[in-house]
Design a binder for this molecule. Structure first.
Ligand code: ZN
Ligand code: ZN
Length: 289
């Protein structure tokens, strides 16, 4: 499918803050952040380890032997890490994953992660998984993964958080799951930081935080997320081709997300902006082919 160029992008979890279940989430899905990039013949690249990682592991089944992947973690909030203990490929001793994430102030990334995955919070530690995990604390770094070029840059959120740009097989996919607009002075709501523009510049697909409507935003400004309109401003300013609204609020039903999608599409059409989609669990896109 991707042999002629491009990246296959699968959305396994699109929800922010907490996973959620119910008929009102049937179309967009309730699993938390996890997106998988694939190019034929190469190890996959996984954005975030939210609860969407669990169904991804189950879908791999026996095809995961021996499993190798590069995993790009934006930050350590629950909605971005809770899938790791349930990722079945790591139950096999021949599995090996490299997990990159933001350098932590007090200890190495893997040590800090261990604070969450150990008794009494969880029955086993990540060291007790059969497969191997190599942890890499990074800041604003550029590095390769196979034939992919990866760029990580800090973005405004609550605590150390990264966004990622992946250039691979002739396509560019950017992932900024959690991004707070105007988080601190002297930023204002129509300011896009240079690092964010650098990540998104000319991308084929930008997957971006769109947790709040404009009406909801003021009361939640300190939460470190942004509006659908700010996500459009980012993608438009960077001349991205497609914007995927992502990190949907767990209080937003499918119908509410439809409404946000329509209003963002209308706004983008007025400013000659990018194509707008709303990320939905189970959607597979081929980007840049
Ligand atoms: Zn989040
Ligand atoms: Zn977060």
């Amino acid at each position: 499918m991707t042999g002629s160029g491009g990246i296959r992008v699968t959305f396994w979890g699109v929800r922010g803050s907490t996973p959620c279940a119910g008929h009102q989430y049937a179309r967009y899905g309730g699993n938390s952040s996890c997106v998988v990039l694939e190019v034929d013949g190469e190890a996959p690249i996984v954005f975030d380890l939210g609860t969407g990682l669990r169904p991804y592991g189950e879908a791999l089944g026996g095809a995961a032997h021996p499993y190798r992947a590069t995993m790009l973690l934006t930050h350590l909030h629950w909605d971005h890490v809770q899938g790791l203990p349930f990722f079945t490929p790591l139950q096999h001793p021949d599995s090996l994953v490299d997990i990159y994430g933001p350098t932590q102030a007090d200890a190495e990334l893997g040590v800090v992660f261990s604070g969450m995955m150990q008794p009494p919070y969880f029955p086993i530690t990540h060291e007790q998984l059969a497969g191997d995990i190599r942890w890499h604390g990074i800041v604003d770094d550029d590095f390769p993964a196979g034939n992919a070029k990866i760029r990580a840059r800090s973005v405004r959120h609550v605590g150390a958080t990264l966004g990622y740009r992946v250039e691979w097989n002739g396509a560019i996919v950017v992932y900024i799951s959690d991004h707070g607009q105007g988080c601190g002075a002297p930023d204002c709501d129509d300011f896009v930081p240079p690092d964010v523009l650098e990540l998104c510049d000319g991308a084929d697909l930008v997957i971006h935080d769109a947790q709040h409507t404009v009406d909801e935003f003021e009361a939640k400004r300190a939460w470190g997320h942004c509006t659908n309109e700010y996500a459009l401003l980012v993608a438009q300013s960077a001349r991205a081709r497609t914007l995927a609204l992502f990190h949907h609020c767990p209080s937003h039903s499918d119908d509410k997300i439809d409404e946000m999608l329509r209003s963002t599409q209308e706004l983008s059409a007025r400013v000659n902006g990018p194509r707008i989609i709303a990320a939905a669990e189970g959607t597979v896109l081929t980007i840049g082919a």
